[in-house]
Design a protein around this ligand. Sequence first.
Ligand code: TRP
Length: 346
Amino acid sequence: MESFTATVRRSAEVAATVTEHPERFRVLTGERPTGPLHLGHYFGTIRERVRLQQAGVEMLLVLADYQVITDRDTTAHVRENVHSAVLDYLAAGIDPERTTIFTHSSVPALNQLMLPFLSLVTEAELHRNPTVKAELSASGRALSGLLLTYPVHQAADILFCKGNLVPVGKDNLPHVEMTRVIARRFNERYGEVFPIPDALITSTPEVPGLDGRKMSKSYGNAIALSMTSDETVAVIRQSRTDENRRISFDPVSRPGVSALLSTAALCLGVEPAELADEIGDGGSSALKTMTATAVNDFLAPMRERRRVFSSDVDLVRAILRSGNEAAMTVAEATLDQVREAMGMIY
Ligand code: TRP
């Protein structure tokens, strides 16, 4: 495994090249449709994707539906989560004319790449992945074959389209690292087919949830992009703060207060400590009012666009249909090259 600092350094170098030479990059990234997208997704990655798209970088976004069943045994809400994520993308400024949005399960040739890729990694390497280990322990279940091997599937997501730049949060760095290993080994064994992709680590630090832990739907501490402004006020009102009326930014001893300050600060584009000074002795109630207003003002234009897009009932289906078709064409071309490199042309 490469050191984290090396990855961060390369990420910064690539980020500098992107604006100068957008044509050199093909970005592949995405998420598991396990719940509504929230502010953490927005500041963590969606905003960056819109920027890349505006810079003229070619981009594919995967709604990784097969990744939903790595650590859970229901697909009950996948369809609505996929639908909702597409609306969030559109509202945030993703343009389906320029960016391909697709779902795993619709692209057979992508999934087939998993077979040769699995042969390129050892069981020990799979077991060593820190993110898989963390997800396993969080799931409180036995390790499924898919949870153990999904980083290889994620390599197929990235490599099927020869993606060479992968905007991800820290959680996903081990997967990008594994993708690099797989691409290198494939090329060494069978001849040059794949680029060696770079991770692009987004600049925003992890967005805290309302309780100071990582923002996650499963912790119930998230502000979904699709919430109404009243729902936003309600979750912020319910969040836990403390009795101290003097507001200060101190994430370790005051996680709730600090999470609200961080959230408002991100929305307003200022520093959390500045906001704390502004509120002074106003207490939690003033802090919550200010945060709710900041979030609602920030999300208002996106929510308005979302409302307009969602009134067109066929829009999402049409976007996915054409995105899936485009992804299939790309995946089949790559799979043909893979077959040829492996001498499996009959
Ligand atoms: N694992 C990513 C997440 O946690 C989702 C994902 C699936 C992904 N395939 C990908 C991200 C390929 C980047 C590249 O949300």
